[in-house]
Design a protein around this ligand. Sequence first.
Ligand code: GCV
Length: 840
Amino acid sequence: MRNGRVSGHRGVGKKIGFVGALLAMAMSTEVAWAQTADQAWIRGRGAHDPVDARVRALGPDPLEQRAADELERGASGIALASGADSQKKAQIVVGTLEELRNAYPALRLPDHLVADGFWLGSSIQQGNRLIAIAGSDSRGALYGAFDLLRSAAMHRDLRSMSLAESPAMPIRWVDEWDNADGSVERGYAGRSIFFDGGHVRADLKPVSEYARLLASVGINGCNINNVNNAAVFLEPQMLKEVARIADAMRPWGVRVGLSVDIASPQKIGGLKTYDPVDPEVIGWWKRKVDEVYAAIPDLAGFTVKADSEGQPGPASYGRTPADAANVLANALAPHGGVVLYRAFVYNHHLDWNDAKADRARAAYDIFHPLDGKFAPNVIVQVKEGPIDFQTQEPVSPLFAGLEKTNQAMELQITQEYLGQQRHLVYIAPMWKWVLDFDLRAQNRTTPVKEIIAGKTFDRPLGGMVGVASVGQNGWLGSPLALANLYAFGRLAWEPNLTVEQIAEEWTRQTLGNDPEVVRTVTAMLMQSWPAYLHYTGPLGMQTLTDITGSHYGPNIEASENNGWGQWHRADHEAVGMDRSVATGTGYAGQYPPELARKYEDAKTTPDELLTFFHHVPYTWKLLDGKTVIQYIYDSHYQGAEEAARLGQEWKTLEGKIDPQIYNEMHKRLEYQAGHAFVWRDAIVQYFLKLSGIPDEKGRAGHYPGRYEAENAKLTGYKVVGVQPWEDASGGKAVSCAETNCSAEWRYEEKAGRFDVVVQYFDLQGGDAKFAFSVNGKEEAKWVADAKLPSRTLHGDNTTRYVMRGLELKPGDRIELEGVADAKDPAAFDYIEVTPVSSVK
Ligand code: GCV
């Protein structure tokens, strides 16, 4: 290194033997967070207590005791916000409405509170401050305590407080897709907090901490096991073990639910059939449910995935989802349990050549005719869009298609198609878009939030279910991803909250009240989903990822030519699925008339959903005036820049927030910025080749300063094709066929200071090493030890190492040495040399 400062900025891997601004931690190293709720947004309360505040629970109920414990921790903050000081003592009391009324007859309390609701009041009693929390029941009291703590953490003035709150909807559940062996489907935060090796874990402290976290935002149910592979959970021994989980969550008012396999009567019951109308099957379910409730008397209910992605279901016997759901519902009803029957039922062996085939139609086609046929304690659980948690989909038309059925909206908190927590994506704005979306059912105002709350069609049950799939690594792996779990709870409680407000609340509680921190983090959160949408799959194309593999990096054709039905049907002329009634699959006709008309015509379909509904030429003019192809180019360049800016904004917070969170997010955002470039380049070069239409801004296909690996003087390295081709620059990379390999270039451009990017592939199964030198002098070396998806060279695992401020002059010999290790062949794609500061 000469005068320039060189810093190791790379998404993943550990920096070794190198001076400079280093990333302290590597993504390969799990975050060393203890598994407590304090590591999320319940932080830093009550360390010093200069104010004398006494906390009293009025009743013996464990939930009230928990409420008192929590208040105790935050007592000083509450007392201060309520205007009390050390001279004037503050008393904080918590109880049910009835208990408050008996203990403080002079207090003006509300006459009635709805289930889970609470009232908070502040007054002066005998010269001292009294803060009172009244719950409709003990759970309401606990929620009131957390609400008070939230207000204090937000520095709200509590002096003249008198407010009553109640949740918008009764079902506020998280789903965990945990398997008995301890793995977590679509979990990106390590292993299960619930299970290991076929059993419930001995240490359930994290489970209780998780329940505390859930309770703090009003979540009242947790379905603890994967909807796939569920049969084993009804085995007698497992039920006993699951009872311990219920015991751990109960003191926080969180009821446990179980996913069940519709074929259980056959799989574990020894019956010849699981036909839901068979009397033996009906009897089996009844006995089984009685056994379940003997072990877990307050089980919330069952979740069912049937006739979907290989899971057995009633269709095997020509029966309907209503037949299956009702058998379970009837068995659960005497115990107060409910069935969450998922509408995610579709055929994944569709015929790609059939222009009328359409997975998006499935939920409505199957469930709409069954409206009115479900038992009162069945709730149909509908994914927010008709496909599967993509970057952006239209709102599911089924919400408007079930008027006599309880409904819950299912969404993902875990970021399966949204960057798997390696990318910062605050999803709440997307959820909010869905919640506020007016489906115009019966030609009137019918936003989704009111339908699922049961208001529109007068249904008693309903709500929101968020697939969280938390794990042992800081709950969701990434500190800022926790804003999604928080937002989910807050929106399920009150869908009219703004997502900015929620982001701000989360930030203040998690990272402190410094206005600069609050402003920056809130803005970053708000920018993150649009950015991700821009660099992955805009215009309703869905996440253009590897849908048959990792669901992570770019792989545009993975969606095509197979039975899964996530098609976007891109060809040389046009892109998108024709879902119109007139010429396409007819999906647009599943919406109520006003929307059906709008989506039927490409000219009135909003840009953000255009290719979801229509097969449009690349030259089609969008409502915003650009052509489709130019929008594809522009949005990807824009998205990559936006991703880079997230990292830059974060850097302004150094020294202002918890260093552990700062470092962890710094590393992740650096990685994200690099991966956004991978996404940008993959999609841009793919559509450039397919359409043959150049980028009017001249960027696509032109990479100034890029030195392709395949054009270097190679020793030991072999040129290889990357699959899919668009995931490597020019479709090719080099892979070390021996142990030690090198690539060499001669620098012949102008002299100056440059930022140099090495774009390499970091494969699991080995820790390859790289060293970068100029004229034989080593400038940087690093180890490729990240854990990224896929075992072959792919957009999933291409990442970058950045050296900043390197001096170069014409004639310099640039060399990259790679040392392969086991299954990691020290492969790389290119190096890119750009004048200082233009590398984001
Ligand atoms: C639990 C998607 C996911 C699956 C998941 C499924 C579902 O297809 O990729 O992992 O399975 O949705 O929601 O049931």
